[in-house]
Design a protein around this ligand. Sequence first.
Ligand SMILES: [Zn+2]
Length: 418
Amino acid sequence: MSADAAFDLILRNARLAAEAAPVDIGIRQGRIAALGSLGHATAPVSVDAAGRAVLPGFVDTHVHLDKACLLGRCGHNQNNAKGGGDLSAAIRAVSELKRGFTEDDVYARGARVLEKAIVKGTTRMRTHVEIDPRIGLRSFAAIKQLKQDYAWAIDLQICAFPQEGLTNDPGTEELLVAALKDGADLLGGCPYTDSAPHEQIARLFRLARHFDVDLDFHLDFDLDPSWRHLDEVCRQTIAQGWQGRVAIGHVTKLSALPPEDFTATAKLLADSGVALTVLPATDLYLTGRNVSHNIPRGLTLAHRLVQQGVTCSIATNNVLNPFTPFGDASLLRMANFYANVAQVDPGDFTACLDMVTHLPARLMKLSDYGIAVGNPADLVVLEAVSPGDALAELAEPCMVFKAGRQTVQRDAARILRG
Ligand SMILES: [Zn+2]
């Protein structure tokens, strides 16, 4: 920063909302230092957003970097042959492949996904990493290295979790403890693969209290509303005083509830301070596999839960593996996909954007998030005139900034007329 410059960088003509005039964003030492009209202010670098939509960097609360990019390995074909492509077949396929994962392999596949996410404007991410006696701490070690090596572009939170059960998988709890002592930021759970689901939930709450960490469960991932683990998680959350520190992911069962039960469940989640993440790509790909026609969507209507006071996020989950053989790690695409499948009206498009920005930031307790003076300058400039248009048109991010430093530049496609 030169001595007479007020800022290190000014991003000019940034449109923060459809109805608002563009503003200038002055950045100093990585943080937003001023917002408004900075006409005569000086900075060594000045970038013109030219009235394009600018959002805070996207926040992905649920990504599996360790098991991404497995398409083409034998497990995926086995998945479809053995199990009809459902959830248990995907878990089985990855369980077999996992034994062969090396640290370098996990690092390379995770880096590929992180770079996709960075290009698409994600600046903060929670990644779930599988911990059990088959993989040991190899994936965890690779993810820790990725967290360090990509800190220039993205903040990674590491959630250690037992994908294949806890009480039924001896040695897993000791490994989770080792991960928590060695840099895991929080603890995940997956009661539906455990032979004693409530015991798993209880043990995870005990560990969370002991290590003073948050919890994030994979939960209720089918379409049978006759039973669920959600009530036990909410009960324990209140009993342990962990309100605001617990999230649950998938929860596709809620898509099978009639309206009055859905409303009652929303109240329970809001009252318990339990947040919910939908994972549209996986939820749609894996559920309803036993149905031949009129296939249910299997996507919980998160924007309706938000209207009732629940903190909800839309997240990526899996990329190019047996759980989801698609993926570019774009949260804007996921929000667009959600809006399409959930039949969201254009007036609520910005509410869908909230579920890939401010609400996941709240879920992850990121108190320094958003376009406001004092926060890190994590910004994405989209090729659209308003945030709602960006969602509708699946606009490309043309510039991304992490802590005030530009990390991505994408030049617009040009038509070469004949
Ligand atoms: Zn997951």
